[in-house]
Write a protein of this length. Structure first.
Length: 256
């Protein structure tokens, strides 16, 4: 029961994260006037030619995307969602905007909306990033088989993606814990080893590799990896992750 609590705590810690722009019409009008004021006063234009309108749309789209990225950096997720929706009003089939909005919705706890955006993005252009993002949503909803499937597709697209291996390994761990099937921990070990070989600085992979080893072979087999993760978190000054790894170390040492 205590180990199940560990998994719940870990999921909480790993759970992966809109402004209406009132001057939109004014901006487009200014662009229109600037373009045509240089033409002869005898030329009267009642509407923007289609090509120029497309240019303006592209500029507006890019402005909303850039604004959303800044808002994400500022942890203004509702603002980012609104900016991305504005971008999608201009280009409803933008895979980039759909993918980012899906990730934002997931961080806001809107898993249904996140899946809708990511499913549409994948239907338009299947790529590793979209599969990875959808895998994160599936993982957060405890749909481990489908999470594993999406991370596997991400790996097919980019076999050097250490985080895709890590997330698939973590999904296997939770899947194994929920079913009691040790073969999933074996698969998890492979993925954590691969993640570490691709990126030795991926501390989380050491931490969860230790847990997978403990599940398969007992505490002594996994404590070295967990202790290594503890020391690395302390070295880089990540106090929250360090405290979490200490708690995991003590739980493993006591209960396995």
């Amino acid at each position: 029961m205590k180990i199940r609590n560990i998994i719940i705590v870990l999921m909480i810690f790993l759970s992966f994260r809109s402004y209406v722009l009132a001057e939109q019409k004014q901006y487009i009008q200014v662009m229109h006037e600037n373009k045509y004021q240089k033409q002869s006063d005898t030329v009267k234009t009642k509407s923007v030619p289609a090509k120029s309108q497309q240019v303006l749309n592209n500029e507006e789209y890019n402005r909303y995307i850039n604004e959303a990225l800044k808002q994400i950096d500022q942890n203004n997720l509702f603002g980012a969602q609104t900016s991305l929706t504005r971008a999608l009003d201009i280009n409803p089939n933008s895979v980039k905007a759909l993918k980012i909005r899906g990730q934002v919705k997931n961080r806001l706890g809107d898993n249904v909306g996140a899946l809708q955006d990511l499913n549409k993005a994948i239907s338009l252009k299947p790529d590793g990033d979209c599969y990875y993002a959808r895998g994160v949503v599936k993982l957060s909803t405890q749909n481990y088989p489908e999470a594993v499937n999406d991370f596997s597709k991400a790996i097919e697209e980019n076999k050097s993606d250490d985080m895709a291996y890590h997330q698939r390994g973590y999904s296997y761990c939770l899947w194994g814990k929920s079913t009691g099937n040790n073969s999933y921990f074996v698969a998890a070990l492979y993925d954590f080893n691969k993640s570490i070989s691709l990126n030795p600085s991926n501390i989380e992979s050491y931490l969860y590799r230790g847990m997978a080893k403990a599940e398969l072979k007992g505490a002594n087999a996994g404590l070295a990896d967990i202790e290594y993760a503890m020391n690395e978190y302390q070295r880089i000054g990540d106090s929250s992750a360090y405290q979490r790894s200490v708690e995991i170390y003590n739980w493993i040492k006591k209960d396995y």
